[in-house]
Design a binder for this molecule. Structure first.
Ligand SMILES: Cc1ncc(COP(=O)(O)O)c(C=O)c1O
Ligand SMILES: Nc1c(O)cccc1C(=O)C[C@H](N)C(=O)O
Length: 412
């Protein structure tokens, strides 16, 4: 693609079937937000939905709300809403806890279901929580160990000792997307289970858990699903595994009959056994509003727009910012990437800070990566075009060299 003029990208936006979705979000005037892969934007209806849960439900109906407003069913109800976005059945997804806690539950359950197998296989450089949780599981389950193998060598490394393969579908740093179908088939050929972390996939690109025959998955509610900071996460267990797996966090909400208040644990049927404690209702109200932003949208449309935006961004960085010497980290093949574009530069931190000061919010990942997230529901081609022009100007003027941009923050 040759770098287009503004009128051309405006025409692309006019032809965009997701054009109307931007009005479903509140974004600060004049800001180009390219960080929806870390924290999704505020859905326009979220404040009212949370206020209603607080004032009308909690405030007026108090504890009766568990039944009257369906609070007790919220984890399954929201799970059923996420299911079509990730190619799952409505009874295969539930909303609960954090992605980290859900990783612990499912990695442990997968290991316990395969007592003769010793290894949790994952890739070096996976998102840290995936690695740390796998290490934690290996510490509490005797005889288990974590083995890391580069993603490219993964299929060949899965063997008769592998209990579970834990992979992130779209890599948080590089944006590379793994081939879910072939890696799932490789795991199954060796008799292992596979767990997909969909944190950077769900709501950003098409996922077909069912079509790929995937066993297990987890993912965040606060990125492309727009559920707000600390939103509850989701987990998926293929129907065929649900009765065979047991959560190690045997809290009362996962009990068969929690309101019998019996002394002995017995797991609920289906996905409810993967619940632990009382669901965070206020966070779920915000996530519900986040999921509303997908109304009438197909994931094929989301994927097509994500590709169109990322092609434009890559063309812009290469053609308009060539002198800046960014190195493309994200795969060039659109089928092999998720919905963010990462470039490396030795001054990525300072450049990221300078861009934020100039109204383009991306983020930095150590040691040298600038990540630019493209959220098909609210990022326009014009946003990308304007962001590229700002990046080009910041690089040409050397604005990032201002010492003000060198100070490191606690959260990056
Ligand atoms: C791949 C991946 N897994 C998990 C997480 C986060 O898990 P948690 O919400 O438990 O902090 C993130 C981002 O924070 C992530 O990128
Ligand atoms: N969850 C985050 C947080 O609480 C603070 C800062 C960043 C995050 C993130 O989500 C990081 C993100 N998963 C990443 O891809 O790097």
């Amino acid at each position: 693609m040759n770098w287009p003029d503004l009128a051309t990208v405006q025409a692309m936006d006019m032809a965009d079937p997701l054009r109307a979705c931007r009005a479903r979000f509140t974004l600060p005037e004049g800001l180009i937000y390219l960080d929806g892969n870390s924290l999704g934007a505020l859905p326009r209806d979220a404040p009212a939905r949370v206020a209603a849960a607080v004032e009308e439900q909690w405030g007026s109906d108090l504890i009766a709300s568990w039944n009257k407003h369906g609070w007790i069913e919220a984890p399954a109800r929201l799970g059923a809403r996420i299911a079509p976005l990730i190619g799952a059945g409505e009874d295969e997804v539930i909303v609960a806890d954090s992605t980290s806690a859900n990783l612990f539950k499912l990695i442990t359950a997968a290991c316990l279901a395969q007592p003769g197998r010793t290894t949790i296989l994952t890739e070096p450089g996976n998102f840290p929580t995936d690695l740390y949780i796998a290490q934690g599981v290996a510490e509490v389950l005797p005889g288990r160990r974590v083995r890391t193998v580069p993603a490219g060598e993964m299929a060949a490394a899965i063997d008769g000792n592998t209990a579970v393969v834990v992979l992130t579908h779209v890599h948080y740093k590089t944006g590379a997307k793994l081939d879910m179908a072939s890696l799932t088939a490789a795991a199954h050929a060796a008799g292992a289970l596979i767990l997909w972390d969909l944190s950077h996939s769900a709501g950003g690109v098409e996922v077909d858990l069912g079509g790929c025959d995937a066993d297990l998955a987890v993912g965040c509610g606060y990125k492309y699903l727009n559920g707000g900071p600390g939103a509850p996460a989701f987990l998926y267990v293929a129907r065929r595994w649900q009765e065979r797996l047991r959560s190690p966090l045997t809290g009362w909400m996962g009990h068969k009959t929690p309101f019998d208040f019996g002394d002995d644990y017995a797991p609920a049927e289906g996905m409810k056994r993967f619940l632990c404690g009382t669901p965070p209702i206020l966070g779920m109200a915000a996530l519900d509003a986040g999921l509303d932003s997908f109304a009438g949208v197909t994931m094929a449309e989301v994927t097509a727009k994500s590709r169109s935006l990322s092609e434009l961004l890559i063309a812009g960085i290469e053609q308009r910012c060539g002198e800046a010497r960014f190195t493309l980290v994200t795969p060039r093949d659109p089928a092999a990437r998720g919905s963010h574009v990462s470039v490396a530069h030795e001054h990525a931190w300072e450049i990221c800070q300078a861009l934020i000061a100039h109204g383009v919010v991306g983020d930095f990942r150590a040691p040298n990566v600038l990540r630019l997230g493209l959220t098909p529901l609210y990022t326009s081609h014009e946003d990308v075009w304007r962001a590229v022009e700002i990046i080009a100007a910041v690089m040409e003027a050397g604005a990032w060299r201002d010492p003000a941009y060198a100070a490191r923050a606690a959260v990056t």
